[in-house]
Ligand binder design. Structure first.
Ligand code: NDP
Length: 298
């Protein structure tokens, strides 16, 4: 039995961040200012606070300006919209990211719609999702763009391959399917109403799992030689029963390795790519706003 390869997303992300850092130096020389990323955090969710702290640290490490705006969970929607409007008009800000989820009394769709599409480095605005779906230049959601980078690095030309995306969220599943389609894959999107998921997944040369259910995709579902991208991040109790927890993906990795050609681990696969692509998107947005040609090699 052959054992598949573990795709080192952490190493790829480090390389991408280095290339972004070089691109930032070129941008500063051409534009006379640093690219700037504004991150808005509403409420006290500890996981979101950690993400925001990491984003700020890596933004600065890449040579960019980082602006952080923390607001209480009780903020009124109008006040949040006012802050976004301010950031839309702030010339130092090339990218605006509102950390999700937002408290229940705030309409996430309205908040995303308020972001200037040219600064929408998360790629969630309908202008950017529409541009992606119609094959135009767009700011593309970070996680699926990171997945496609890993896939192209691993497989080269994806043209003609059968791809199955499990999950249809606006953040991961749908943009992932659009990106695979743009690479000329034959794409199936599976979801909670899909019948016989095992046999749908078994058709795939490329499986992308973005479900949010620990180890739901079983090893025997994977077609021999397929490449598996595991987007899921699930915290589960440790096997030792000592009260500790660990992270697992949506794929039963150890089982899947007996069938797959290659697979992304959790942690250390897709996760590190997301922040690296966020920095990449901020640099791309900065170039477009400054009227400079898009940076190459990113
Ligand atoms: P959502 O909860 O928004 O979407 C989950 C999708 O999975 C839905 O489309 C749902 O179908 C589908 N689904 C649920 N149960 C099943 C099932 N039994 N069989 C088939 N499909 C099912 O999640 P996200 O897309 O936001 O995130 C998915 C996972 O990726 C999560 O674990 C999240 O933590 C992780 N994630 C990781 C990131 C990273 O940086 N690595 C970034 C973003 C997310 P339906 O639409 O029918 O309900």
């Amino acid at each position: 039995m052959t054992i598949g390869k573990i795709i080192d997303g952490k190493a790829f992300a480090t390389g991408l961040r280095d290339r972004v850092g070089d691109g930032v130096a070129d941008f500063v020389a051409a534009a006379g200012r640093k690219p700037g990323l504004a991150v808005v955090l509403v409420g006290e969710d500890p996981a979101s606070a950690v993400y925001v702290r990491n984003k700020g640290r890596m933004t600065v490490a890449a040579g960019m300006e980082s602006f952080e705006f923390k607001r209480p969970a009780s903020i009124e929607e109008d006040d949040l919209l006012d802050l976004i409007e301010e950031l839309n008009h702030d010339d130092r800000v090339d990218g605006i990211l509102v950390q999700l989820p937002l408290p229940a009394h705030i309409d996430e769709t309205a908040v995303i719609a308020a972001i200037d599409p040219a600064k929408d480095v998360d790629g969630f605005h309908v202008v950017n999702s529409g541009r992606l779906a119609t094959g135009q230049d767009a700011l593309v959601p970070c996680t699926p763009l990171g997945c496609i980078m890993l896939l192209k690095d691993e497989l080269g030309d994806l043209s003609g391959m059968e791809a199955v995306v499990v999950g249809r969220s606006n953040i991961v599943g749908k943009p992932m399917a659009q990106l695979l389609l743009a690479e000329n894959c034959t794409v199936t999107i599976a979801h909670s109403r899909t019948r016989d998921l095992a046999s749908v997944v078994h058709r795939a040369d490329i499986v992308v799992a973005a479900v949010g259910r620990p180890e739901m995709v079983k090893g025997e579902w994977i077609r021999p030689g397929a490449t598996v991208i595991d987007v899921g991040i699930n915290r589960v109790a440790d096997d030792d029963d000592d009260g500790r927890t660990r992270l697992v993906g949506d794929v039963a990795t150890a089982e899947a390795l007996a069938h797959a050609r290659a697979i992304t681990p959790v942690p250390g696969g897709v996760g590190p790519m997301t922040i690296a692509v966020l920095l990449r998107n901020t640099l791309v947005a900065a170039h477009a706003r400054a009227g400079l040609a898009a940076p190459e090699g990113l």
